[in-house]
Design a protein around this ligand. Structure first.
Ligand code: OGA
Ligand code: NI
Length: 336
């Protein structure tokens, strides 16, 4: 348990060797530009305008941010404060919560699922648990702080509602039949909270290395501290933190369903010399046995670019290949 970065980082001013990434993976000292083009979409405008903007963003960047989304600022602040409180708890308290048991749905751990075997660790701690259907899971969540279940329940429900709204808009944009993203495709939700303590040398390490998300649709709440970077046209860009906005991106499942029309962009999290950063990711997943395949898109003449697969097989492969997106997609991609 003593391995949680948030429990020991204050004891060293030097980045331990096993956190130093290879030269071609580490951020280095080069200045990363802000991506000015990641659209900030105002959900209070007209439906047809929103659909157009979202579709454009998903095709071009695979990333966008939403504001005026209906999730209250108070709920956002309370949830963020609560999670920060957890990572700042005394070591003995965190010890009680700690588990990286792969058979458990609830996890509180550091780096990746593969801590024991990995050569290089990620500079992050993570708390994660399922949250849909909520009444099935709420009892397995932490009991402390005492308002945890109450606040996180509200937050999970609100964020799920917003994710489903995004899917409806994407559905319309893709020309799929209304309600296409039903319970089979959206039957699971995972809340995953990352905490990146301040780091003695952000140029050498990463909070999360380059990856794309294997869910259907992720939605991320970040603090006003820069850390999320997206890889576009062979270059890294910072995603500007916008207070109380959600960052939305395309997961692999949506990439396949859209027959590759929507991009599942690679991204990473870098660390910060002076400040800790916490981010709250909510992932919507299909049910384990759901078959994922390109939907009947606009025309029957369209050639499918991916083979059908069961979501659980994709998931297993994704974890076996340790999140190596290209290695997994290669298995299912149909060569032209
Ligand atoms: C993730 C992720 C980025 C961040 O959790 O999959 O990409 O900024 N997080 O924490
Ligand atoms: Ni991610």
């Amino acid at each position: 348990m003593a391995n949680l970065v948030s429990s020991w980082f204050k004891t060293t001013r030097i980045l331990p060797e096993n956190y130093i990434f290879p030269v071609d993976e580490r951020p280095g000292s080069v200045e990363v530009p802000l991506c000015r083009n990641i659209p900030l979409i105002d959900l209070s405008t007209t439906q047809s305008q929103i659909v157009q903007e979202i579709l454009h963003a998903c095709q071009e960047f695979g990333f966008f941010q939403v504001i005026n989304h209906g999730v209250s600022v108070d709920l956002i602040n309370d949830t963020m404060e609560l999670f920060k409180e957890i990572f700042n708890m005394p070591v003995e308290e965190k010890e009680k919560l700690y588990t990286n048991d792969p058979t458990k749905s609830y996890k509180f751990f550091t780096s990746s699922y593969n801590y024991i075997d990995e050569k290089i660790h990620f500079w992050r701690d993570n708390l994660q648990h399922p949250c849909h259907p909520i009444d099935e899971w709420v009892h397995s969540w932490p009991e402390k702080p005492t308002n945890y279940r109450n606040v996180v329940r509200k937050y999970s429900l609100e964020v799920r509602k917003l994710s489903l709204r995004m899917l409806e808009l994407i559905c319309e944009g893709l020309g799929l039949k209304h309600g296409y993203f039903g319970e089979e495709l959206t039957g699971a939700q995972l809340l995953s909270i990352n905490h990146y303590p301040r780091c003695p040398d952000p140029s050498l390490t990463l909070g999360i290395p380059k990856h794309a998300d294997h869910s259907l649709i992720p939605m991320l709440l970040q603090e006003s501290i820069q850390g999320l970077q997206v890889f576009k046209d062979g270059q890294w860009f910072n995603v500007a933190p916008v207070p109380h906005a959600f960052v939305v991106n395309i997961g692999h499942q949506l990439q396949v369903i859209s027959n590759g029309k929507l991009r599942s962009a690679e991204h990473r999290a870098v660390t910060n010399l002076r400040e800790a950063r916490t981010s709250i990711a909510s992932f919507i997943f299909p049910c384990q046995d759901t078959i994922i395949q390109p939907a009947q898109l606009m025309s029957d003449l369209e050639v499918p670019r991916f083979q059908p697969f069961k979501f659980k097989d994709f998931s297993r492969l994704f974890h076996e290949k340790m999140g190596d997106t290209e290695a997994v997609m290669k298995v299912y991609r149909i060569k032209p």
